[in-house]
Every structure is written in structure tokens, then in C-alpha cells.
Design a protein around this ligand. Structure first.
Ligand SMILES: C[S@@+](CC[C@H](N)C(=O)[O-])C[C@H]1O[C@@H](n2cnc3c(N)ncnc32)[C@H](O)[C@@H]1O
Length: 317
């Protein structure tokens, strides 16, 4: 199978994880295994790379791509929200590094019949995991108007959410909206073209995709689970592609890196809250060269943190 995807910030991720030849690494968003392979190539036969993806196409491509790495490995078809169960199934307790490269792959976007792209006419699907029942058709044809407005506002940050939701509800009274092409036509009629705003359908497609795949609600808890599974000194690297994801990653890292959370007017600490990570620098963005080579990297942000232990805690507090 052809699986086209250019891995984003590949060198930066490998450097951020400080890959040790005998380490155990977990790739929560395996895709075509671009990042996993770069990590796997730096491991020796004592090392292990574990990959998770909810898309069976990714599993097939990654299995092939990882077939010649020198280390051991394991691949799981599942959601990274289940990373505890997956690591337990592989008999793994703690890992040296975790990568999340969030969102969809170019393969998913460019496979027209998956319905992720507003550039191709296809059935309204947008599932990363084709075993699940909810598809984009259900969101567009079955959600009530208020729910559509909320999704478009929260997940698409779309100014014209009300107008668009009303137009969708009006149109579907006459006949169901079956394809991405029909939806795009309706959006084009209802979202004014702006010079720098990109394609009018972009934000609404993002919102529907996030809803169909439940992308945001599992993120904070999954990051916390991954941090729990890190060895002391282990690293977590997360690449996001839009501000909603990035905000969750930033806030989750901040809360995990925070010490006492008692109200400021408490004379002594009673919460006993201890930081579990330290944040390594600010968010990094791709170089101009990378963006010129791969325009889909444009909005990427990489955040990195390291698990800390008692010794480090005593040094810091
Ligand atoms: C940007 S691509 C990863 C590309 C990969 N890093 C590479 O270099 O080839 C994101 C992948 O994560 C998968 N994915 C997104 N959310 C997921 C989740 N909650 N659980 C499992 N896989 C997920 C998608 O199916 C997609 O294949």
C-alpha cells in the first residue's frame, strides 16, 4: 500500500527524546511509522519500540516500514486513551520516551473516500477508526442545531457557526446532506470569503473531524497516563497542529509541572501536590526549510517535558 506522509519535525523529536540504544519507546500515533522508524533505527537489539494507531491503514503501513529496524517491537490497533491496557498486554511497565504526533496523516486526508478533505467529493465519513459507528454524516444530518453551533464554535472557532448550522438544518429538511461536496457548496454559500482566512470549509471540516473522532476529550487524560508510564528522566514529546490541541497540551504540562496548589493565603501547604515533570523549554516550531518542503508542517508545535523523581524534587523545592 502507498502510504504518503512526511513526518513533521523528525530530527527535533529524535533529539528531544534523547533516544538511548537500549530504551523502550512508545509512539501513540504511529501513522506510517516515520517517527517510530527514526527512533527504532537508533535502538539496538535490547531496545523496544511500541506503536499505537486507531487506523488499520496506518497499522499495515507501519508494520511494513518497521520490519527492518534492529530493535524489538509491538504494534497495537487501538486508541491511545487505552495505552495502559496496551502496554500491560505487551508486559511493559515503564518507558523511556513517548511521542504523540496528533491529528490525521496525509494518507488519511488524501484518500478521498475517507471524507476528511474538502478538496474531494466523497461520502461524509471522517473516521480514523473505521470500526466505530459515528460518522460525519450522523453529525451533519442528525445533530440538532444547538449542538452543531457548539461544535462549530468550540472545535472550529468559526465566527459564522450560527448561520452555518441554520443553513445545514434548513437544507436537510429537503434532503439529507450525503457528501463532502454537498457540504462544501453549502458552506461556500454561507461563509464569506476572506483574503487570508483560507478555504471557507477548513474550520468546519476540522470541527466535524474532532467531533467524529472524539479528539480533544481524551487528550488530557491520555497525556497523564503517558507521563505515569515514563521512567524518571524519560521524555514526552507532543506535536500539535491547531490551537485547541496545543492549549490542552500546554495546560496539562503546566499542571503536571506545578508544585503546591493551595490557595495563596494558606500559611502552610496542605495539598501535598508534587510536580511530576519539568517542562523542557518553550514550544518549538518547524524551520522555514521544513515548511517549504512540507506545507502541512506549517502550524505544528512541539512541546517536550521530562519526568522528574524525588531527588530532583528536593533540588527544586
Ligand atoms: C500525524 S499522523 C502520525 C504520523 C507519524 N508520526 C509518522 O511520522 O508517520 C497521526 C496518526 O495518529 C492516529 N491517531 C490520531 N488520534 C489517535 C488516537 N486517539 N489513538 C490512536 N491513534 C490516533 C491517526 O490515525 C494517524 O495515523
Amino acid at each position: 500500500m502507498d502510504f504518503e506522509h512526511k513526518s513533521v519535525m523528525l530530527d527535533e523529536v529524535v533529539a528531544a527524546l534523547d533516544v538511548k540504544p537500549d530504551g523502550i519507546y512508545l509512539d501513540c500515533t504511529l501513522g506510517g511509522a516515520g517517527h517510530a522508524k527514526a527512533i527504532g533505527e537508533r535502538l539496538d537489539e535490547r531496545g523496544l519500540i511500541i506503536g499505537i494507531d486507531q487506523d488499520e491503514d496506518a497499522i499495515a503501513a507501519a508494520t511494513e516500514n518497521l520490519s527492518d529496524v534492529p530493535c524489538g517491537g509491538g504494534i497495537a490497533h487501538g486508541n491511545f486513551s487505552e495505552l495502559d491496557k496496551i502496554l500491560n498486554n505487551f508486559g511493559i511497565d515503564k518507558v523511556d520516551g513517548v511521542i504523540f504526533d496528533l491529528g490525521v496523516s496525509s494518507h488519511q486526508i488524501d484518500t478521498a473516500e475517507r471524507g476528511f478533505s474538502y478538496m474531494h467529493d466523497a461520502p461524509l465519513d471522517m473516521r480514523m477508526d473505521r470500526r466505530q459507528n459515528l460518522i460525519a454524516y450522523d453529525v451533519i444530518n442528525r445533530y440538532d442545531e444547538d449542538r452543531l453551533i457548539k461544535i462549530f464554535r468550540e472545535y472550529g472557532e468559526e465566527r459564522f457557526s450560527k448561520r452555518i448550522a441554520a443553513a445545514i438544518c434548513q437544507a436537510r429538511k429537503i434532503s439529507p446532506i450525503n457528501t463532502t461536496g454537498e457540504l462544501v457548496k453549502l458552506l461556500e454559500k454561507n461563509i464569506p470569503h476572506t483574503k487570508n482566512g483560507g478555504h471557507p470549509a477548513k474550520r468546519i471540516f476540522q470541527a466535524i473531524r474532532i467531533e467524529v473522532n472524539g479528539e480533544l476529550e481524551i487528550l488530557e487524560s491520555s497525556i497523564k497516563k503517558a507521563v505515569d508510564r515514563l521512567k524518571i528522566g524519560g521524555r514526552i514529546a507532543i506535536i500539535t497542529f491547531h490551537s485547541l490541541e496545543d492549549r490542552i497540551v500546554k495546560e496539562t504540562f503546566k499542571s503536571l509541572a506545578q508544585g503546591c496548589i493551595c490557595p495563596k493565603n494558606f500559611p502552610v501547604c496542605i495539598c501535598n501536590h508534587k510536580p511530576t515533570i519539568k517542562i523542557l523549554g518553550k514550544a518549538k516550531t518547524p524551520t522555514l526549510d521544513e515548511i517549504n518542503f512540507n506545507s502541512r508542517a506549517k502550524s505544528a508545535k512541539l512541546r517536550v517535558a521530562e519526568k522528574i523523581g524525588e531527588r530532583e524534587l528536593n533540588r527544586n523545592f
